[in-house]
Each structure stands twice: as structure tokens, then as C-alpha cells.
Design a binder for this molecule. Structure first.
Ligand code: PDD
Length: 280
């Protein structure tokens, strides 16, 4: 195991020395939230937006933010290496109470953990990847970036078991998002993505893409996408902090358009890479 330095409750430790209690509510209940923040050449990408989402997630589970944004930056910066593209994983749980009880404990400090990992380029990105569609079986607060990810995990594993990279989740006849990503589709020349709400995680990559589309006169909409429209889309992409923008070229074993990444993806990927460089 790589023995990198991680942050745990005020200390920087080798990974194999970082330990939490078995009574930690993250372990017992999945009672916590997390963030994933990319870092390009040592610069945290859209840090303020990620911290805003962290604050929203904490508020969503009634857990106080243990740190100011300045403190978070001070905590995370020593974990970064300017020589690599990486991502920060940070997690806050409701701490370790003296006994297991569903109700919130009183006067217990949260557990705060952060580590940095390499961003591994997706193999065969320029050829696109395959996806399956599945009924969304997750809970009703998908806007909260909760560590309780069993629903997402089961969806994602089903996709992998079927030789696919992602599961697109369907609810009441509409596509919602991926198991670990947001979804975009190019339909009749318009770049479409489902609207924000309790159904989806408000992806930072999603917001960056919409902003880039608007600034570059690419028609776009934040509207519900019927599954039938998705199946006939010219292009489908999934987006996330760790995988950026990935073209889906096959959905449920049926090719999307000619089964190759489309021109809008090519254009947006270039805009996205240029945007990353501009922020360095
Ligand atoms: N997940 N929707 C879900 C369910 C996600 O898990 C993610 C990202 C996204 C995209 O959000 P963003 O663009 O802010 O990364 C959407 C992260 C990467 C993870 O769980 O590791």
C-alpha cells in the first residue's frame, strides 16, 4: 500500500497510521459527507464552488462545518503535489460517540479526514465508453454528497459487471445522472442536462460545462430529458471531477449516433482543457 501522508483530525500522518474508532458514525451509520476536489499542477480547481457544496451538504445533514474556507485551504494545501494532477478526497463524519445510537450525539467532535490521490487518465477516452441504463434506486437527498453510497455502488458495479463504464439512472421515465457522474446529451443541436434538485448531485464539472457552453454560444438547456429522447440523442456524455467529460458511445448495447465521440464533445473537451490551463 502506498504510504502517503494524509490528514486526520488536525494531524498529518502516514496513511497506514491514520486510524478512526469503530464507533465512528461514518463507520457505523454512513453518517457523514464528503467532497472530491481536483488539483491541476497543485492548484485546486474551483475550490470555492466545492467548499460551497460542502457547506450545503453539511447543512443538509445538520452538521456544523468544523473549519472556515481559509482553514480548509491551509489543511489541504500540504497534501498537494504540483508535479501531478490529483484529487483531494475529504470526509467529515459526525464523530465517535460512546455508544451506538441513531440519534445525533451531543458535544462530540466530528471526524475530519483528507487525502490526495493521482488522477488516472481514462483508458481509451477518445473512443468513448459504454453505459447501461437502470432504474434509480437511491434515496431522496441525492443533492447531499453523503458518504452513504450503497445505492451508487450497486448501480456502478452492475455497469462494470456488464462490461460498461457507467450506469445512467432513470426515474419516472427521465434520465437523472450517472452512478458517479452527471449526464449531458446533445439533442437536436442543444446540449441538455437535467436540472438541479434533490434528484441529482449538483456537479461542479456540470456547472463549469454549462458556463463554458453559454460563453461560447453552444445552445444549452437545463431541462428534464425523457429516456426515449436520450436513446435517440446525437451525443451522450458523463462528467465528474475525477473523469472530466467522457463520451458515451453505446447505451444498452445500442450505438449512439455512429458509435464514436461526437463533435460537440470534441469542442467542449477542448474548451474544458483550455479552461483548466487558464486557471493555473
Ligand atoms: N462523484 N453525481 C454523482 C452521483 C457523483 O458521485 C459525482 C461525482 C457527480 C459529479 O460531480 P462533480 O462534477 O462535482 O465531481 C455527479 C465523485 C467524483 C466521487 O464520488 O468520487
Amino acid at each position: 500500500m502506498e504510504n502517503k501522508t494524509v490528514y486526520l483530525n488536525g494531524q498529518y500522518l502516514p496513511l497506514n497510521e491514520a486510524k478512526v474508532s469503530v464507533l465512528d458514525r461514518g463507520f457505523l451509520f454512513g453518517d457523514g459527507v464528503y467532497e472530491v476536489i481536483p488539483s491541476y499542477s497543485g492548484h485546486l480547481f474551483h475550490f470555492q464552488e466545492h467548499l460551497q457544496r460542502l457547506e450545503n451538504s453539511l447543512a443538509g445533514i445538520s452538521l456544523a462545518n468544523p473549519h472556515t474556507r481559509e482553514q480548509w485551504l491551509d489543511i489541504l494545501t500540504p497534501l498537494l503535489d504540483a508535479n501531478f494532477d490529483q484529487y483531494i478526497y475529504l470526509q467529515i463524519t459526525r464523530g465517535a460517540a460512546s455508544k451506538r445510537d441513531h440519534a445525533f450525539p451531543e458535544n462530540i467532535p466530528p471526524t475530519v479526514f483528507a487525502m490526495c490521490s493521482a488522477i488516472v487518465p481514462i483508458a481509451g477516452l477518445s473512443n468513448g465508453v459504454k453505459a447501461i441504463s437502470m432504474d434509480d434506486t437511491r434515496w431522496k437527498f441525492c443533492n447531499v454528497k453523503a458518504i452513504t453510497l450503497l445505492g451508487n455502488i450497486l448501480h456502478r458495479q452492475e455497469a462494470i459487471d456488464q462490461g460498461c463504464a457507467e450506469a445512467l439512472l432513470i426515474k419516472d421515465g427521465y434520465v437523472i445522472e450517472g452512478a458517479a457522474s452527471n449526464v449531458f446529451a446533445v439533442i437536436d443541436g442543444v446540449l441538455c442536462t437535467p436540472p438541479k434538485g434533490h434528484d441529482i448531485l449538483p456537479g461542479i464539472t456540470r456547472d463549469v460545462i454549462l458556463d463554458l457552453a453559454r460563453k461560447n454560444n453552444i445552445p444549452c438547456s437545463e431541462d428534464k430529458i425523457p429516456f426515449a429522447a436520450l436513446q435517440k440523442a446525437n451525443e451522450i456524455w458523463v462528467t465528474s471531477s475525477t473523469r472530466e467529460i467522457i463520451p458515451i458511445v453505446e447505451l444498452d448495447a445500442m450505438p449512439i449516433s455512429d458509435g464514436k465521440p461526437g463533435p460537440v464533445w470534441q469542442a467542449m473537451n477542448q474548451l474544458f482543457q483550455a479552461h483548466k490551463q487558464a486557471l493555473l
